[in-house]
Unconditional design. Structure first.
Length: 71
């Protein structure tokens, strides 16, 4: 099992979510994950600390929908 690590907000540097994936992905189907929303510009999360819109991209996952920071 991979160790858990925090994925920081690219704007303020505080932890957006914890990930066990090497891709810094978050499984959106578990209750403790951040809420991933979508609009005309794509998937995103809002940083709970600085309220920045963080673009996300969907990645292949075995269980539920997983997302990572858009590159």
């Amino acid at each position: 099992m991979l160790p858990t690590h925090d994925v920081p907000c690219p704007h303020c540097g505080k932890a957006l979510f914890s990930s066990t994936s090497l891709d810094d992905a978050v499984n959106a189907s578990v209750p403790e994950s951040p809420r991933v929303d979508s609009d005309e510009r794509g998937y995103f999360v809002l940083c709970p600390f600085c309220s920045s819109r963080i673009a996300m991209e969907r990645v292949r996952a075995e269980k539920g929908a997983s997302f990572r920071l858009s590159r």
